[in-house]
Design a binder for this molecule. Structure first.
Ligand SMILES: Nc1ncnc2c1ncn2[C@@H]1O[C@H](COP(=O)(O)OP(=O)(O)OP(=O)(O)O)[C@@H](O)[C@H]1O
Length: 459
């Protein structure tokens, strides 16, 4: 308010002096007088103004658009005239203030006033720009930190509002988009509901994964400093139905990264694999599910042994999953994960999953390729608590004690537990009794088969 009052007085005085000067001074002298007045105005004004015009590009992004994104929440709560936008690939609408009344933004103790202007130009597009006004004393802070904050916050808002996509290379991609150079992958909107909150995992494991992801996504500078490509490999293993796919979806939702679901059987050769890699975007997760089933990627040492046995006994039958005619080789996959081409792009997570860890070549899993190995196993009691909260909306029940005891020895996957809870989700007691029944049956079956537990429960 104080700013506008003093600004008003100043403008009134200037207008008066200028009209007097125009009236009484000869034109040449009047021009000199005008220039001097402008200099004086700039010198005495306590405020600085920055103009951000449309079409001003910085590092490939329009600064105007970033400011627009940054001001969207402020505009929606403070402006009285708003323009509704639906940016491409966005989940929600955004808003632009559509008036020249200033909106106040506060950052770390400094005040900044934003206004929007639009000027009609005959035979030309309307000229639109934002004006940022702040006190002279804040100049260095605005230039050094406030503007960076505006840009960073805008990018983060845009990221949160982004419609995620899942890409597949099945069917050889989208023929129509070959024209644009993205034909190897076909995108579909990704709307998987899994989140870390809904995942039934041991709380410590969950926290550990979240922290690892957070650290990875914030360490661009660090990766550069230590001379590493900004990527991370996750290896998820465990029996079917323990949540490997759900975890991938939760990671994508957590980081807001797109997913590239790579089907190795569809890749025609190692060189196509390289092309697929190059065609992926930054901030993405490249997934190869059930990698042991896709190709013959078993341990080379074991394979060498087997081959020498086969040489001695050529009539021996080949195992079912062996695909000698595979077009993509193990070294192609190794190069895909950390060869020279893997540095084309950054901020990428590569995830392999398998139900059978022992089948894989150890070279595939070494640190640097797969940095984090995550074992997903049978449902433990703390994982069950998450499921009962999700499916039955309960956090305690008298039957929990019995379930806890049974889960120490009976092995059900989270998928099996979920099914039991889902089948009677409107009646918690009935659902828990069904689960107890299933746990008892699983225990009896294991005892009958005389098996020793090969797996340790998830907690
Ligand atoms: N840890 C978990 N937390 C929550 N839900 C789970 C979990 N594990 C499995 N589920 C449920 O079971 C279903 C199957 O799980 P998911 O596909 O993630 O398992 P998977 O380990 O990838 O199985 P597969 O190896 O057969 O692909 C999911 O839709 C989900 O509802």
């Amino acid at each position: 308010m104080e700013m506008w009052a003093s600004l008003g007085t100043a403008i009134a005085s200037i207008v008066f002096i200028r009209s007097m000067a125009r009236e009484f001074l000869p034109p040449e002298l009047y021009q000199q007088f005008r220039i001097l007045m402008l200099k004086l105005w700039k010198y005495f004004s306590s405020y600085v103004t920055i103009i951000i015009e449309e079409n001003e590009v910085m590092k490939g992004r329009e600064v105007y658009e970033l400011v627009q994104s940054y001001l969207s929440p402020l505009s929606s709560s403070a402006a009285s005239r708003l323009k509704l936008n639906r940016p491409k690939n966005a989940k929600d609408f955004t808003f632009t203030m559509y008036e020249s009344r200033p909106i106040l933004d506060e950052f770390d103790g400094l005040k900044a006033w934003w206004t929007f202007h639009s000027i009609e130009r005959p035979a030309l597009n309307e000229k639109r720009y934002f004006e940022l006004k702040f006190h002279k004393k804040d100049r260095s802070r605005v230039l050094s930190s406030y503007l960076s904050h505006v840009m960073a916050e805008a990018k983060s808002l845009e990221l949160r509002n982004r419609q995620l996509k899942i890409y597949t290379n099945q069917g050889g991609g989208d023929a129509r988009s070959y024209f644009y150079g993205h034909g190897l992958w076909t995108p579909v909107v990704f709307e998987h509901p899994a989140t870390f909150e809904t995942l039934a995992l041991h709380p410590e494991l969950k926290e550990d994964i979240k922290q690892d992801l957070q650290m990875f996504s914030q360490r661009e500078k660090y990766y550069k400093e230590v001379g590493r490509v900004w990527k991370r490999g996750y290896f998820l293993y465990g029996p079917p139905g323990t949540g490997k796919t759900s975890l991938i979806a939760a990671i994508a939702n957590y980081l807001q990264y797109d997913i590239y679901d790579l089907d190795l059987n569809e890749a025609k050769s190692d060189s196509q694999l390289r092309k697929l890699l190059i065609a992926t975007n930054n901030k993405s997760i490249i997934v190869i599910e059930d990698i042991d089933c896709s190709l013959d990627l078993s341990d080379r040492k074991k394979k060498a042994k087997k081959e020498s046995k086969e040489d001695q006994n050529p009539a021996a039958e080949k195992p079912e999953n062996e695909t000698p005619e595979s077009k993509v080789t193990l070294s192609g996959v190794l190069n895909f994960t950390d060869g020279l081409w893997s540095c084309c792009g950054s901020e990428r997570i590569i995830i392999f999953t398998t139900n059978n860890k022992d089948r894989l070549d150890s070279a595939l899993l070494r640190p640097g390729r797969m940095d984090k190995h995550i074992h997903l196993s049978f449902c433990g009691f703390s994982a069950f608590r998450v499921l009962s909260k999700n499916y039955l909306r309960i956090e305690e029940h008298p039957l929990f004690q019995e379930i806890e005891v049974l889960m120490e020895t009976a092995q059900l996957t989270p998928a099996e537990v979920s099914e039991e809870l889902l089948s009677s989700s409107s009646d918690a007691t009935a659902a828990l009794l069904k689960l107890i029944d299933a746990l008892r049956r699983a225990k009896e079956k294991a005892a009958l088969m005389g098996e020793k537990d090969p797996h340790v429960p998830a907690e």
